[in-house]
Design a protein around this ligand. Sequence first.
Ligand code: ATP
Ligand code: MG
Ligand code: MG
Ligand code: MG
Length: 439
Amino acid sequence: MRLTRYFLPVLKETPSEAQIVSHRLMLRAGMIKQAAAGIYSWLPLGYKVLRNIERIVHEEQIRAGHIPMLMPTLQSAELWRESGRYDDYGEEMLRITDRHGRDMLYGPTNEELITDIFRSHVGSYRDLPLTLYQIQWKFRDEIRPRFGVMRGREFLMKDGYNFDLTKDDALHAYNRHMVSYLRTYERMGLRAIPMRADSGPIGGENTHEFLVLAETGESEVFYDAAILNLTLGERSVDYDSREECSEIVREWTSPYARTDETHDAALFERIPEARRRQSRAIEVGQIFYFGTKYSEPMGAVVQGPDGQQVPVHMGSHGIGVSRLLGAIIEASHDDNGIIWPEGVTPFHCGIINLRQGDAEADAACERIYAALVAAGLDPLYDDRDERAGGKFATMDLIGLPWRITVGPRGLKNGVVELTSRRSGESEELSPEEAVRRVV
Ligand code: ATP
Ligand code: MG
Ligand code: MG
Ligand code: MG
């Protein structure tokens, strides 16, 4: 992409309404624009990162054997009356009446809708196990929408639902989700710690939240620093293997890690003092096993191997896709702007032409641009007729991992400058070598 042909409305001023750094940077970098309280338009740069996050979520869900689908944002109140949640859910549910006077709602979550789909089409244990998921917009009429996309009213969530014959099978699904979530967050350059949590209005006993440590987080958490040493890395996982999944879950859930709702001071005290940590954190996902809480009242039953009709065991699993943009920026930025992890960056490499209009500099930039595109990368070429300082500031603000700076002086010596956004280190290299290093 050439910047002169792109739409990147960066702000010079720091927006006063934004209280936390990720919100400020997303506004300044022209990623989002507020449309109404807690409701945002996703401008091209923000949309690009959102799509990258979605892609990683899809890839890891599919790798774990889960099946993508899509349900509507608007739902009929009827199903929610059946489960008993229409009245229970309270003020966070946006209720709408259509022209015929029918009660509708903008889905805050989808257990009812998916259970209805399941009971209409599945009747035998032979069709299990089954995990369906979607990435779809949700609406919750949060009392205090704030921090930009971090606590929106309209927000994008991956929500998945497993259907299993037995509790054991459903717990395998729970473990599979935990492992696939760990991998998902790692690919985004994030450390998200699974912590024992409270199940809230979804119900059920088994639940973990995934939390990213950050001072601006809205959750209070307590954990054993030993958990910070764990990573999945390149470890390959057979998601069909119960032993393998439960072994990884055991590893990750052995060190103490809890949100304040489930915090147990006595247990916490048993950790050696040097490893005891208390911190603020951002909830970026949560998984639940809730058994037959929805299948029973809604009649989601299958015929078991013995011919008996039994309600299925279910769980649900959510990732805050749009919130993740804020969480990643909170975890990865400096005074000059965002520092995107490679996995989610909107463009792989920026090219800065220090002397737009200089025949040699222009030609060298074009060659570098073409070489990066040919290598399958998506570069952003700042081809504006602007002062170098302005170009550097924009590039730092939008946080691409690599920058190649091209100017007449360097070209006389056959070199361009390659700069890492994260380390800030620069090197003079031939244009070909600079491209090779980025690829
Ligand atoms: P919170 O405690 O922050 O209100 P929640 O526990 O109500 O979140 P869940 O029902 O667990 O949310 O939904 C799954 C994920 O969706 C959350 O882990 C979070 O990342 C994301 N999410 C929830 N509410 C919002 C929101 N208002 N704006 C953006 N993302 C959200
Ligand atoms: Mg909530
Ligand atoms: Mg929560
Ligand atoms: Mg939650």
